[in-house]
Design a protein around this ligand. Sequence first.
Ligand code: CIR
Length: 256
Amino acid sequence: MIAITRGVPDSVIACELTHLQREPIDAETARRQHSHYEKALVELGCEVRRIEADERYPDCVFIEDTAIVLDEVAVLSRPGAESRRGEVDAVAPLLGEYRPLLHIGAPATLDGGDVLLVERTLFVGLSTRTESGAVEQLGRLLGPYGYHVVPVPLGGALHLKTAVTLVARQTLLIDRSLVSDGPFRGLTLIDVDPAEQFAANALRIGETVLMPSAFPLTRRRLEDHDIKVVTVDASELAKAEGGVTCGSLIVARRRA
Ligand code: CIR
């Protein structure tokens, strides 16, 4: 696997915020934690390719939002926040080394953080960043590859993957206070511990789940389901509403 990441700019203090109050973010601490995250990805078998930070884009470290990577193709997003649109430009050439590129076209917007892939189904959160027009485009673009696109209404979460992520085959970690379980019938659901806000964002790499160290009770719940968990301290970028999925684009190597 390849993990495409991006550096943390000093301008991260001016990041977009939707649900949290602004508090000071120490870019150096964020960089240190982000490089531990990259190290964890290497230990889980990824080759990390980091794109340099761009000071014009305070949120550029959250590279997940710029694309959806599938086995056959990648779809470049058109981020919902105006301040983030230009982030895609630096990602396209690198991602293009691994996949043919498709695009979400204006005026629709979509953030990669709203797209949860479960086998051949893409659940797409209708958040403040992702519009139904983008869901329709995804259906048209990816239908020919056999993907099924399911829109998911979203209430109090920034992105769908703030509320629900894949942690094992057909198994989701979910915060039902943020998203209804209705669209996920038939899948195994593990609830976050209610005492842990923002614990549903976990990143599955192979058979292991990477999650922030801030959620030990939710971690225990995953381990009780025999899921192997590795943790990292992601507290500094959490102040910018980032979790562990947002920091990378995971590209599976295709068999030669
Ligand atoms: C934003 O509001 O866009 C950033 N401050 C946080 C983005 C987090 N991305 C993600 O969850 N996929």
